[in-house]
Design a protein around this ligand. Structure first.
Ligand code: NAI
Length: 706
């Protein structure tokens, strides 16, 4: 697990190699074994210095989240963390130089191990990451990270890493001072570490023969000044407010980090660690951390590994795909697939159009190149993988074809037939439709068992989720191929059954419709928008309707009316209808919607809005609006579960966070109900239903997410 070896020159190497695990993590057993190695090395008078190394591909990837999510008593986490702090202090003050030989990703607790070393050398491998991403899972760097990093690089410099969980590639980490030196190859790493031990210390030592951290020196000053220095005092006095503006108080971890830095940096180091420990335990015990860890770590990892993939189908090697339609979505899919090493045939109505679509990849890659995030050779390699055409016969030889032409049934039917005429019988045909039921589209196919929905989100290069839609006749084979492809392009799949709007669009739409209902009731537009953001949604419902395009919403509603024969008159239909037909305002794409979009980029709510929908004299409490905007989505998601559109509550959760930005602190759209408490949720829905209508009627929710 953790072993100690000594070479003839008196250099001890402590190697992390967690058994039966592809990665190293920090857990209580590792801490004990590590402590034992450090104690032995420090006690051995022949040992001149220590190298910390990893036998895995990565260095250490963090604390053991499984252990953390199962902690039930704060004392337990406090006791373990105190042990870790004591061990780090032993290393720092033990009088022997300790160097971290960072061979791969070192994040979270893994980077905190490095911070407790006197020196950090990393291999310059752009594929690896260094940083403290704990905040993203509702935690704070509890292994001394909130105290060591600001003391190492300064308070202002460290806050983006601590508060945003930013991870850096080695070159950037060197520039920012997170590591001290880089080597080019793995082979150079340990010799460089050894050389540092034999050559450098005790340069910093006040006491000959001893090695000491800067923060343990009497004359230590925090780089850039302490919390009360003029610059920092000013910045910290507004930091809490800025944070609140971003989190609306929904995420306790960033505030805890800020408090820990502010309080801890005014104290001697060992007392500062105790301050951090209190905040850390509070975060570990918080429901927000448990929600974030469950959905964004465990559920997401399982989905990424392909848990939804039928196991009886051999793995598919998807070498070449075809993409029909080189518009916004097709161009984005081409980029994602080619970047993952897949050959892409990008087809549009003409080769010129397809070339334009390929231009999107060129643009993204050139941006990366200008930021030094890739090399010219890699750019060429990726672009060479995309060939363009206007000829449907060029789909021949593709293992998978993804259709992303206009949202039009007849057109989709035509391109399906054209492709199938040249495809091999094993090839899978996928539609990226956002609204048309897959079973219906599959009617144009001669082999509906190979027909599936692959619903990408825009912009494809940034959005991690793909909704896999299973039509009535879709086979397990097609699902397996689709998931193998999604894994190849490193996206996250959820598998859902066919339904109008599938799962994501259907639930997400309920958020927009509730915003429309509020507007019709006379709730002030700014209050509606702020309530959405305060609830944790990325933007308010009206702004989102503008982004999606009001005419698209209108078109979908019309199509639904036509297909189902059911006419609706509620605000969710009448408002988009009036915007399209009466006001001719279709959204952001036209710079006119619920908002105005002037050329200076500063959008504001359309002034006429309050004339058309005069705000009522008495405006409701924002808490009620927040509840309405979130609960309506949870209710729609339960309906999807009960109708078997989405099968697992955990998929519903994951899809909601990754697909449309449902607030992650809740753990997702179903976990929210558990966070509130099932009974309380049902009670509150009853009250809402009385006041606002049947759409809030509680539905018996039988499945749990946690
Ligand atoms: P778009 O309008 O940007 O692109 C459609 C492209 O299809 C155009 O370049 C057009 O020339 C091409 N096309 C038309 N007939 C063709 C044919 N016979 N063969 C090949 N190409 C042809 O549309 P967008 O936004 O990329 O949407 C495409 C599909 O993706 C639609 O079904 C849409 O509902 C769906 N979708 C859109 C999302 C979005 O956010 N825009 C999100 C998810 C799905």
């Amino acid at each position: 697990m953790v072993t100690l070896n000594q070479d003839p020159d008196g250099i001890s190497t402590i190697t992390f190699d967690l058994p039966n695990s592809p990665v190293n993590v920090v857990n209580p057993a590792v801490i004990d074994a590590f402590d034992d190695c450090v104690s032995r090395a420090l006690a051995d008078k022949d040992v001149k210095g220590l190298i910390l190394a990893s036998a895995k591909k990565d260095f250490i990837v963090g604390g053991d989240l499984n252990g953390l999510r199962n902690v039930t008593k704060a004392e337990d986490i406090i006791n373990v963390t105190r042990k870790l702090h004591a061990l780090f202090r032993k290393m720092e003050t033990g009088g022997k130089p300790v160097v971290a030989a960072i061979n791969g990703t070192a994040v979270g607790g893994g980077y905190e191990v490095c911070l407790a070393c006197h020196y950090r050398i990393a291999v310059n491998n752009p594929g690896m990451q260094i940083g403290l991403p704990e905040v993203l899972l509702g935690l704070l760097p509890g292994g001394g990270g909130t105290q060591r990093l600001p003391r190492l690089i300064g308070i202002q410099e460290s806050l983006p890493f601590l508060l945003e969980g930013k991870k850096l590639r080695p070159e950037e980490a060197l520039k920012k001072g997170l590591v001290n030196a880089l080597v080019n190859t793995q082979e150079e790493l340990r010799p460089a570490a050894k050389q540092w031990i034999l050559g450098s210390p005790p340069l910093q030592s006040p006491d000959p023969g001893k090695c000491i951290q800067p923060w343990d020196k009497k004359e230590f000053r925090i780089p850039g000044g302490g919390v009360n220095s003029p610059n920092n005092a000013m910045m910290l006095s507004v930091a809490g407010g800025l944070l609140m503006k971003k989190t609306f108080g929904n995420y306790p971890a960033p505030q805890a980090i800020l408090n820990s830095v502010y309080e801890g940096l005014q104290l001697p180091f060992d007392r500062a660690l105790e301050v951090e420990l209190r905040y850390f335990a509070k975060c570990v015990m918080s429901v927000e951390a448990k929600n974030l860890i469950r959905t964004l770590f465990f559920v997401k990892n399982e989905a990424d590994k392909g848990i939804a993939r039928p196991t009886d189908i051999p793995a598919a090697d998807i070498k070449k795909i075809g993409i029909l339609g080189a518009g916004m979505m097709g161009a984005g899919i081409a980029y994602a697939a080619a970047s993952a090493g897949t050959e892409v045939v990008l087809k549009d109505v003409s080769k010129e159009n397809a070339d334009k679509g390929k231009g999107y990849s060129e643009k993204l890659l050139n941006e990366k190149l200008s930021k030094n995030q890739t090399t010219k050779e890699k750019v060429e390699n990726i672009l060479n993988k995309i060939s363009t055409t206007g000829n449907p016969a060029d789909m021949a030889g593709c293992d998978l074809v993804i259709e992303a032409v206009f949202e039009n049934r007849e057109l989709k039917a035509t391109v399906t037939k054209e492709s199938e005429a040249v495809l091999s019988k094993n090839a899978v045909f996928a539609s990226n439709t956002s609204t048309l039921p897959i079973t219906g589209l599959a009617k144009a196919s001669a082999r509906p068992e190979n027909f599936i929905g692959l619903h990408f989100f825009s912009p494809v290069d940034k959005m991690p989720l793909i909704e896999v839609i299973v039509g009535k006749k879709t086979s397990n084979y097609a699902i397996a191929v689709a998931i193998d492809f999604i894994r190849k392009i490193k996206k996250t799949p959820i598998v859902v059954n066919d339904s109008r709007g599938f799962y994501t669009s259907r639930v997400f739409a309920s958020y927009l419709y509730e915003g429309f209902e509020m507007l019709a009731e006379g709730i002030a537009p700014a209050l509606i928008e702020n309530a959405g953001k305060a609830a944790g949604m990325p933007v308010g419902p009206l702004a989102l309707a503008d982004e999606v395009a009001i005419d698209l919403i209108y078109k979908i509603l019309k199509q639904t009316e036509e297909d189902t024969g059911k006419q609706r008159t509620d605000a969710s239909v009448s408002i988009p209808m009036r915007f399209v037909e009466e006001f001719k305002r279709v959204g952001k794409k036209d710079r006119k919607g619920f908002y105005e979009y002037p050329a200076d980029g500063k959008k504001y709510l359309w002034k006429e809005l309050t004339k058309i929908f005069p705000p009522a004299e008495n405006q409701p409490e924002v808490t009620i609006l927040k509840k309405r905007l979130l609960y309506i989505q949870s209710l729609e998601a339960i309906k999807c579960l009960e109708e078997n559109v989405v099968v697992k509550p955990s998929d519903a959760d994951l899809g909601s966070i990754l697909g449309w930005g449902f607030p992650a602190y809740t753990g997702g759209v179903i976990s929210l109900i558990e966070m509130v408490g099932k009974e309380k949720f049902a009670e509150e829905c009853k009250v809402l239903a009385k006041k606002y209508g049947r759409r809030f009627r509680p539905i018996k929710h039988t499945q749990t997410a946690s």
